[in-house]
Write a protein that binds this ligand. Structure first.
Ligand SMILES: [Zn+2]
Length: 485
């Protein structure tokens, strides 16, 4: 089996073949930093964190570039929109770069909490103004763009393959574009590579066409080109940006640089709330910070990974509760394995039969991930493995340290390094989520009941916890617990 990825450019799964042996260049459209990131962002960046981690697991050296949009993203698609960062700066009476810096820090804080590995390069749009001016110049020279009233527009009509990623044809586009006609454009479907700054617009730079600022799509073209070279392997982002953003990125890059842009377009589907897209403009969003106040980071991560990245993810209280239980179920056998490792002295080889169980599950996990990063299937494999581990460790069979270590190694590699869900140090009562702390509190109260020989209470607690799917085991060294499968 080889890794297969669904490529939006061809609308089918393809075997992944990097341009340069052993190396993968990946560009992902980053956040626009004018507010705290929400659960929709968590899905995008956890999705590409998984792509990043899995490619590294397969042995590739990955260069991951993810931009920070601090200029150029307008409040709506119409040409009269206001720059999102500039608008926030005006509202908060701050410098635009203060807004951008504040929310960039907030974004990384959230991503760190969710165990999303940082990209190798996080270039800022405002740090690449000369490159974006150069892109506009190249397009003008080659006849793909024109200057009008201090702005530079890409002429969609000059580029016949415009629409190849989103599958839209030019006639359909004309219908939509007629609603918002900008008199500076020759054709309503044309898009800005550079925009003239109106009086009072606070983010502006000098250009050959007067003071202005770059169009949103321009930054991704120039930063991908600068840090990855063309063509590069993977371009990622949220499916909602396939048009006009990604479509325009491809057109202007291929027109300006005369080379293919990106090989594989991997795009994730949205997060919904009661079936409606979660978005800042719709006001139905939950910030990652708010979600982290109510759920553990690992519950949120588990929640995102329990649906496939190309499916929609519905954000509901029930789904989060079920993710919390699912996560406890996932780490139950890991906790048991590590606890046994602390107390087991027994030497000897890895149990031969169990070595085969480990091999089989590793293979199934890789097969799931090779199938377009199928994380729900990969989690199902880990659950199945967990059942085997529980059965082994709860049996009377003697289990060697080597076997326990082999189990833990599998968890660290697949659940830890690839999925980012099983930390090297598991949450304990001191640092775990509220649920873990409550379970351990109940266990302590039960231990007190047993100490005063109140067997009725101890048994009742055990029976009630069992109804909730929490199984207690009394051992000489103390009581342990796990979630049933
Ligand atoms: Zn982009």
């Amino acid at each position: 089996m080889a890794l297969q990825v669904y490529n939006y450019l061809t609308r089918r799964k393809e075997v992944f073949q990097p341009i340069h042996e052993g190396f993968v260049g990946m560009y992902v459209c980053g956040p626009t930093v004018y507010g705290h990131a929400h659960i929709g962002h968590a899905k995008v960046y956890i999705t590409f964190d998984i792509v990043h981690r899995y490619l590294e697991y397969l042995g590739y050296r990955v260069r991951y570039v993810q931009n920070i949009t601090d200029v150029g993203h307008l409040t709506d698609d119409a040409d009269e929109g206001e720059d999102k960062v500039a608008r926030q700066a005006r509202r908060e009476r701050l410098e635009p770069m203060e807004i951008a810096e504040f929310y960039t820090r907030s974004y990384f804080e959230d991503m760190d909490a969710l165990n999303v590995l940082r990209p190798d390069i996080s270039p800022r749009a405002s740090g690449h103004i000369p490159e974006q001016i150069e892109l506009a110049q190249l397009l003008i020279e080659k006849g793909y763009a024109y200057v009008s009233n201090g702005s530079v527009f890409f002429s969609v009509r000059s580029w016949p393959s415009y629409g190849k990623l989103s599958g839209r044809n030019l006639d359909e586009l004309e219908e939509g574009a007629r609603l918002a006609v900008n008199p500076d454009k020759r054709d309503p479907r044309d898009f800005a590579v550079w925009r003239a700054a109106k009086p009072g617009h606070i983010m502006r730079w000098k250009s050959p066409w007067g003071e202005g600022f770059p169009g949103w799509h321009a930054e991704c073209s120039v930063m991908a080109m600068k840090y990855l070279g063309l063509p590069f392997d993977i371009h990622g982002g949220g499916l909602e940006n396939i048009f006009p953003h990604n479509e325009s990125e491809i057109a202007q890059s291929e027109a300006a640089y005369g080379k293919e842009f990106a090989r594989y377009w991997i795009l994730n589907n949205m997060v919904t709330v009661n079936g409606v897209k979660m978005g800042k403009s719709l006001g139905n969003f939950t910030t990652i910070k708010d979600a982290l106040a109510r759920h553990s980071a690992m519950t949120l991560r588990f929640f995102i990974l329990s649906s496939h990245y190309r499916s929609t993810t519905d954000f509901t209280a029930e789904a989060l509760d079920s993710a919390a239980r699912g996560y406890e179920r996932l780490i139950g056998p890991v906790r048991l394995t590590r606890e046994k490792l602390r107390h087991t002295e027994s030497d000897g080889e890895v149990d031969a039969a169990f070595a085969e169980v480990i091999r089989r599950h590793r293979e199934q996990f890789v097969a799931a991930m090779d199938d377009d990063f199928n994380t729900p299937q990969a989690l199902a494999v880990l659950f199945d493995f967990g059942r085997e581990v529980n059965t082994l460790l709860n049996s009377d069979r003697m289990v060697t340290r080597a076997t326990l270590e082999a189990i833990d190694t599998l968890y660290r590699a697949l659940g830890g390094a690839v999925l980012g869900l099983i930390p090297d140090k598991l949450p304990t009562s001191a640092e775990g989520g509220l649920e873990v702390q409550l379970i351990e509190l109940i266990i302590r109260l039960r231990a007190e009941a047993r100490a005063r020989k109140d067997w009725a209470t101890a048994d009742a607690i055990r029976a009630e916890l069992a109804k909730l799917g929490i199984v207690l085991e009394d051992r000489p060294e103390g009581t342990t617990w796990r979630m049933t499968q």
